[in-house]
Design a protein around this ligand. Structure first.
Ligand code: AMP
Ligand code: MG
Length: 416
């Protein structure tokens, strides 16, 4: 067993992990598949949209000045000289003083007109229209290019593509788009006592939950999980599983990284030429957490306790996966909330306490979700945030403000 004790702080661990990440290359995919993928290029518009000045209402294209003084009592009559549909042409159609052209939403504004009065404020009679109110110049009028101008920097490399982004890409005639490749992620559970779902369980054995929690997380952040099953607590089996797993971009294992006699994960690292960057982090839960690298492959040895597995994934593995795809936003938002119960802890580690926050009168309040033992996954399932208590703090009183990390929220940009 390795005897060097590479222990790092919470912040150092994150920095070391992120510095070790080399983003993967790109692939071209159909925009039907592009939601949530990370954009490879900056997208610069080569068109203007909308392409023409057009109407935002069904009504009449007129000269605003012609409506001056119009009211219900004293409507102004204009002569209807033509009609334009959305997609219609305006060639030869011109509005002059005293005239109006019937126009549909999205249709180009004809020459001469500078406003549109909507149908609701008019009444049509034979070939004339009665206008019941004044309109201002450019009322109900959309300008060419008000959505996108030629040369506009529309989307940034590193954006995770949202539905609105996808719509913009379609507006710019993208059928396919370049995105960063998804990392492939091997997931290995370890432990002689761990039994997979669907198998008979004997007294003293524990059902495998970690592999499934991790599978779900890996997928959620846009990477491709492959589940490799449960390695027995033997050097041979651990080595066989890891050798196969190292064909992926990332390997995540759970369990077998503590000081126990049968914790073999770190022992096989040297045999497989994996360079260990650190093996302990000053964080609770999650202190036994090994991070290693081989070529550009990242190897995360997560602790076995289900809460430790998930919280360390969120803190260290999640941002690494996003950075492999060169996503520009890596951080879960951290905000302040009033703590509703006093928390005691020993100084020396950052504590990540499962919390439930609610909002009252625009203020955030947070309570813990009960038993903080790192085996109690239920308390994570009840949680919607992690209360972050700094390394040196020993106590936070009820009523004080604490930092909470909103782990269900989308990533935001670094603001510090
Ligand atoms: P270890 O670090 O291997 O000693 O594991 C620590 C604790 O986590 C033990 O109580 C294990 O039973 C539990 N554990 C390890 N792997 C899993 C898993 N895949 N699913 C659920 N619990 C696990
Ligand atoms: Mg174990």
């Amino acid at each position: 067993m390795s005897t060097t004790k590479l222990e790092v702080s919470f912040g150092e661990a994150r920095d070391i992990v992120l510095k070790s990440v080399q983003p993967l290359g790109f692939e071209d995919i159909s925009i039907f598949e592009a939601t949530d993928r990370v954009l490879y290029d900056n997208i610069i518009s080569d068109i203007i949209t909308p392409p023409l000045d057009n109407s935002s209402m069904d009504g009449y294209a007129i000269i605003a000045e012609d409506s001056r003084g119009a009211s219900n009592e004293k409507p102004i009559k204009l002569e209807i000289i033509d009609e334009i549909q959305a997609g219609g042409t305006i060639a030869g159609k011109k509005v002059e003083r005293g005239s109006a052209i019937r126009i549909m939403t999205g249709a180009p504004i004809p020459e001469g007109a500078d406003a549109v009065i909507q149908f609701e404020d008019t009444e049509e009679e034979n070939d004339t229209v009665k206008v019941f109110r004044e309109v201002k110049k450019h009322e109900n009028y959309r300008f060419a290019g008000e959505n996108i101008q030629k040369g506009d920097h529309v989307l940034d490399t590193g954006e995770r593509i949202t539905s609105a982004d996808l719509g913009l890409l379609a507006s710019l005639n993208y059928k396919t788009v370049k995105v960063y490749k998804k990392p492939t992620v091997a997931i290995i559970a370890t432990g002689d006592e761990i039994v997979d779902i669907g198998e008979n369980i004997k007294h003293g054995q524990i059902r495998n939950s970690n592999a499934y929690t991790l599978y779900s997380e890996v997928k959620k952040y846009g990477a491709v999980p492959h589940y490799f099953g449960i390695a027995k607590d033997t050097i041979d089996d651990t080595k066989i599983k890891f050798t196969e797993a190292l064909k992926s971009d990332v390997v995540i294992s759970t369990g077998g990284v503590s000081m126990g006699k049968y914790d073999f994960v770190k022992e096989i690292y040297s045999a497989l030429n994996i360079e260990i960057k650190f093996e302990w982090v000053k964080v609770k839960p999650g202190r036994p957490f090994t991070f290693g690298k081989k070529d550009n492959k990242l190897i995360f040895g997560l602790p076995g306790n289900p809460v430790s597995t998930l919280t360390t994934f969120i803190q260290f593995v999640r941002p690494a996966l996003l950075k492999l795809m060169n996503a520009k936003r890596l951080n879960k938002p951290i905000v302040n909330a009033f703590l509703e119960e006093t928390i005691y802890k020993e100084p020396g580690k950052v504590h990540l306490i499962r919390g439930y926050f609610r909002i009252n009168n625009n203020e955030l309040y947070v309570t813990t979700t009960g038993n903080q033992s790192s085996g109690v996954l239920r308390s994570m399932s009840l949680a919607n945030c992690l209360i972050i208590i700094p390394e040196t703090t020993a106590k936070v009183n009820a009523g004080e403000k604490v930092a909470i990390q909103l782990f269900n929220h989308d990533e935001i940009e670094e603001t510090a």
